[in-house]
Design a protein around this ligand. Structure first.
Ligand code: AGP
Length: 606
């Protein structure tokens, strides 16, 4: 996934473009570039690596144009090189930046070659610029040209183009990849999200799929594929987007770990109605009619769905299936007997999850989106939206959004049970009372930073780590392994502790770190046996345990405690120490915590 930005009417626009690219860097950081134009002449600067490299290039050779485009890249087609960095310029006439994948670019490339067009890069994106050159050579206007170009390309795209033929406008278009148009006092802007535009404007138009727009400094026209003009109402985005900063922490991830008591409290508040009743914004009738849920997600959000399955089946007594979004719509699933799909996505833009929820909708399932970005593609395409109130999450590794997702999901379980009369009023009150304890309990788990430091010091030099958990802590074992992998690049695997004896126990060797998650629940005896099996074969046991049962074993090399709680809350509380462990290990290893290698915050390609 990449980040795109554009500006017109600002005067010298390159400082704004650079600042916006820094705000979009979480979307991809393999390479970046800026093109500006004044009275038609293009000036192009591109660099491999982080935005800071581009900034140095621009400082050495400043840009002065009053219209410009910027791009930060997560490579899909074409390796990481300056030649493949955006913006791409065709025939010194049209410059473009693109986020997405043009699925039919090879056939387009062949046709353009045959017509004598000189394609310089290995990317799919560059063909868009040449298609515009061809359209302008045919005498088409900007909107006619855009209508033709967008009809010729297949796949996900959010692109912006500027042209010497029409030096006073930016062309913008989207399909499946997000694109916002900012309306400023003296200029207009385009960006992959509102965060990029927040410093210059909070008035934003979100294009819908297949929209395209002609953006002038003082006017924006939006069109539909048939060429008809349409209206998209501007919205005012929250001021917090303008306040994206680390707040004195070393990294966004550290800040976001520490924000969890607040983000959970805000989420609880958002779903609390009058006299403490649950208010999800989904009617009791709708909830009562749910006869089964298929959950669709990727990565950490998928692990949230695995936790939710335990809660919803146990509390609401309806069947739940959890599907990797990238697999779901390609395996021709049978959805009879299930009438609801729930997509879980922090960004609301993961294309795997977007495609899966649209597939479910095509099969007449009612669709619910659990997202952290209200105006996101997955939210827009769903019948109902549940919004986590975690605030913008910038660290590529998801933390506060994950625990906010879990907070909504346990609340949803209770709400469905209540709607189906599966829970007595007193039980509802008891569970809601437990949920309200979360902010305070999560705040206490943050004290574990000190006790986890020596464990991180031990892990930084190992080759492999195992995480074991049972019941609702099995998904947290998976999440802990993912956090450690994606932040410190150490191989880690999460297992259901009971599964070890069916093969994975062969991995256990002297000093192999085994992180055991121990809640104060009905599985404690089994988990202890599984940890004993690992320890007796030489594994180094690192115990993360509810403080009430932290002394249950005497063979752990390290013990990290989690505040005592009702087992129903354990998945949320145990998420924090595994986040901290991954963070501190990455810190010790010196990896890039907020922007780990090869990753992007939201993956808007398949
Ligand atoms: C989480 O730490 C990872 N960055 C990744 O697995 C992420 O959860 C996944 O890409 C899904 O993203 P989404 O929640 O925005 O859909």
């Amino acid at each position: 996934m990449c980040g795109i930005v554009g500006a017109i009417g600002l005067g010298n626009c390159s400082p704004m473009l650079l600042d916006s690219l820094k705000r979009l860097e979480y979307r991809g950081y393999d390479s970046s570039g800026i093109v500006t134009s004044d009275a038609g002449e293009f000036e192009l600067r591109r660099s491999v690596g982080k935005i800071k490299n581009l900034e140095e290039t621009v400082n050495e050779k400043p840009l002065s144009g009053s219209i410009g485009l910027g791009h930060t890249r997560w490579a899909t087609h074409g390796g990481v090189s300056e030649r493949n960095a955006h913006p791409h310029i065709a025939a010194d006439r049209v410059a473009i930046v693109h986020n997405g994948i043009i699925e039919n670019y090879e056939s387009i490339k062949a046709k353009l070659h045959a017509k004598g067009y000189n394609i310089l890069s290995d990317t799919d994106s560059e063909v868009i610029a040449h298609l515009f050159v061809e359209a302008f050579e045919a005498g088409l206007t900007p909107s006619e040209a855009t209508r033709r170009v967008t009809s010729e390309i297949d796949g996900a795209y959010a692109f912006a183009a500027i042209s010497k033929d029409f030096p006073n406008l930016i062309i913008a278009a989207r399909n499946s990849s997000p694109l916002a148009i900012g309306l400023g006092d003296t200029g207009s802007f385009i960006g992959s999200d509102a965060i990029a535009l927040a410093p210059v404007t909070r008035r934003v138009i979100y294009l819908k799929d297949l929209d395209y727009a002609i953006v002038r400094a003082d006017a924006v026209q939006v069109f539909r594929p048939d060429g008809s003009e349409t209206k998209r109402e501007p919205v005012i985005v929250s001021a917090s987007l303008a306040l994206i900063n680390k707040g004195g922490y070393r990294h966004f991830m550290e800040k976001e770990i520490y924000e969890q008591p607040d983000s959970i409290a805000n989420t609880i508040r958002a779903f609390s109605g009058v006299n403490g009743k649950i208010a999800l914004g989904v009617s009791s009738r709708t909830l009562g009619n749910i006869n089964g849920i298929v959950m669709l997600a990727a990565g950490t959000s998928y692990f949230a769905s695995l936790v939710a399955r335990y809660w919803i089946e146990r509390i609401a007594k309806i069947p739940v299936s959890c599907e990797l979004a990238s697999e779901f719509h390609y395996r021709e699933p049978v959805t009879s007997g299930i009438n609801t799909a729930l997509a879980i996505s922090q960004s609301g833009e993961s294309l795997d999850t977007l495609k899966a929820i649209n597939f479910a909708a095509e099969r007449n399932l009612s669709t619910i989106a659990l997202v952290n970005v209200l105006d996101s593609s997955i939210a827009r395409d769903s019948d109902f939206v549940l919004e986590t109130k975690a605030g913008p999450e910038i660290g590529v590794a998801s933390t506060k959004a994950f625990t906010a997702q879990l907070t909504v999901l346990i609340t949803l379980a209770v709400a469905i049970a209540e709607a189906k009369n599966e829970l007595h009023e007193l039980q509802v009150k008891k569970t809601l009372g437990q949920i309200k304890l979360l902010p305070g309990l999560v705040a206490k788990t943050l004290d574990a930073f000190e006790s986890i430091k020596p464990v991180a010091g031990e892990l930084k030099s190992v080759q492999s780590v195992l995480f074991l958990g049972r019941g609702p802590l099995f998904p947290i074992a998976l999440e802990g392994a993912l956090k450690l992998k994606e932040l410190s690049y150490i191989h880690a695997e999460g297992f259901a502790a009971g599964e070890m004896k069916h093969g994975p126990i062969a991995l256990i060797e002297e000093k192999l770190p085994v992180i055991g998650l121990l809640a104060n629940d009905n599985l404690i005896g089994k988990v202890i046996s599984n940890l004993k099996e690992a320890n007796s074969r030489g594994g180094t046991i690192i115990l993360i345990a509810d403080e009430k049962v932290a002394n249950s074993i005497d063979f752990a090399s390290y013990v990290i405690t989690v505040p005592a709680s009702d087992p129903v809350l354990a998945p949320i509380l145990f998420s924090v120490p595994v986040q901290i462990l991954a963070y501190l290990t990455a810190l010790d290893k010196g990896t890039d915590v907020d922007q780990p290698r090869n990753l992007a915050k939201s993956v808007t390609v398949e």
